[in-house]
Design a protein around this ligand. Sequence first.
Ligand SMILES: [Fe+2]
Ligand SMILES: [Fe+2]
Length: 259
Amino acid sequence: MSELAQYADLLTPIHQFLHCKTPQAWLDEARKPERLPLLLVDHMNCELKAAQTAMLLLRKYVAAPESQTGLLEWLKPYEHFIYRGEGSLPELLAQNKISKNIIAKNAAPYAQDILDPMILLIKEELHHFTQVLEIMEARDIPYQSITAGRYAKGLMQAVRTHEPCTLVDKLIIGAYIEARSCERFAALAPYLDAPLAKFYVSLLRSEARHYQDYLTLAEKIAGESIALRVQQFGELEAALIQTPDSDFKFHSGSPTPLK
Ligand SMILES: [Fe+2]
Ligand SMILES: [Fe+2]
């Protein structure tokens, strides 16, 4: 796909960062038209989860008590749509973007380093959320509740339990999830119809930046080399992507034959 060629500058570092490419067996499964509803619903969930993860980091490590409620309110309409089936695309599109300045806790280390990229990331993930929903509505694909796959859980199990290592590990995981999403969007695009392929390719630039932002933050907060930790999470991530997985999802492993 020629359109992808112009993204080589974005994809080369991502392919170097990830320890494996998406298995062809996953792409063969994902391109089946009957998989599209699940793929889009899971993609929409992933966009919300990405926003929630960044929000948790903001609330835990950066935001002062007076900013907590405003931050929580920001995600509520999207969460109510997913968890309660409330709201609609026009209502979500009419949401006011967060306007208040977020006040950082006194002496929160790295507050500004975390604040600016995470606020931008949340805005972009919520925009992606409504973009996926628009595509689903245009194709008459209803939202349905689905279970989470093993991928994020599998990565989170390896997080160390003392600070600042917990934060550093979560940021490295954030980098891997963003990088894998970017790699998968690019790998899947050539198999999709033109509007969907165009949408997936349009996501590459922001997801590539999200991966970089997480990695930069992890390095800064660790204050020492994170190469070993990145290597360990890279191996774990690749195992989750390459080993057989019977639960087909956007970030699932190599699909086992359907029962
Ligand atoms: Fe996104
Ligand atoms: Fe992202």
